[in-house]
Design a protein. Structure first.
Ligand SMILES: Nc1ncnc2c1ncn2[C@@H]1O[C@H](COP(=O)(O)OP(=O)(O)OP(=O)(O)O)[C@@H](O)[C@H]1O
Ligand SMILES: [Mg+2]
Length: 258
């Protein structure tokens, strides 16, 4: 099962990705975490892992990726992939994965220098990779994205089975929730919401403003998330909201596999 995690800037996408990956690992699942945020360098720290080499480098870097994908598309009617028929986590060259327990971390590519150009090649590689990635029966893929919805236009969501949107108590998140609902509807992907940093009052207001039947978990403001986030320590503790989310996803996975 391949899951895309999206939401507005600073809503808690990476923290929730790290907490969920750790919880799924605790439950005995394998997890490949795909860092699809070209600008931020926080996810590996929240996971307590090393940042692996950019996967984009495996294909000769940014410039080469576009050329390679374009060439393949010309050759084989737009369906071809740099990964051939499919790719499994264990087939990814070890240099590009960092590992901890049952968790593997893959970073598509990071923008490191001023004037380096746009992130389109990273999203193109990501879209191709997620389309071809075949997780094992006991494996989840969690894709942490950059803020907003740019990655949607680039096809990153097309290879995923399910979209999770993180909603924090802000008007911007409420508006984005509606937008993402329309986009995912259009591309035929199931969408679920996670409320983050909410309390009873803000939760009530948000639930009145969004498609409330899509909410699968709520995570209150948590001092450990804030503290460990600030200190650069891993988010390796249990949380009720994350447990609920893990239960929902594992149940869904079982249903899908019959
Ligand atoms: N439930 C929470 N309680 C307390 N602090 C939180 C909570 N969720 C996230 N934070 C804090 O909010 C900040 C932003 O979180 P995070 O980096 O996970 O967001 P993001 O959506 O990935 O941001 P970006 O859009 O920059 O990638 C961090 O400092 C994190 O520690
Ligand atoms: Mg982030």
């Amino acid at each position: 099962m391949k899951i895309l995690i999206c939401g507005k800037g600073g809503s808690g996408k990476s923290s929730i990705t790290a907490l969920l990956a750790t919880e799924l690992d605790r439950r005995g699942y394998r997890v490949i975490v795909v860092d699809n945020d070209e600008s931020n360098f926080g996810l590996h720290i929240q996971l307590g892992m090393e940042l692996p080499k950019d996967f984009a480098m495996h294909f000769g870097g940014k410039r080469m990726i576009f050329e390679k994908l374009a060439e393949l598309k010309r050759e084989r009617e737009g369906k071809a992939s740099v990964f051939g028929e499919r790719i499994r986590t264990e087939e990814i060259p070890g240099d590009y994965l960092s590992k901890k327990g049952r968790i593997s971390l893959l970073a598509i590519g990071k923008i490191r220098d001023f004037g380096e150009g746009c992130a389109c090649p990273f999203n193109a590689l990501s879209a191709d990779f997620l389309r071809m990635l075949q997780p094992a029966r006991d494996e989840f893929a969690l894709v942490d994205t950059d803020a907003g919805i740019e990655h949607f236009g680039r096809g990153v969501e097309l290879g995923c089975d399910l979209i999770l949107m993180v909603i924090d108590p802000s008007q911007e998140s409420i508006r984005l929730a509606d937008k993402v609902n329309k986009i995912t509807d259009k591309v035929g992907k199931p969408l679920y919401y996670i409320l983050n940093r909410t309390d009873e009052e803000t939760e009530g207001f948000i639930l009145d403003s969004i498609a409330r039947d899509k909410v699968v978990a709520a995570i209150p403001a948590d001092e450990r998330i804030a503290r460990n986030g600030l200190l650069g320590k891993p988010l390796d503790f249990e949380l009720e909201g994350i447990n609920k989310l893990a239960e929902f996803l594992t149940k869904m996975k079982e249903q899908r596999m019959g």
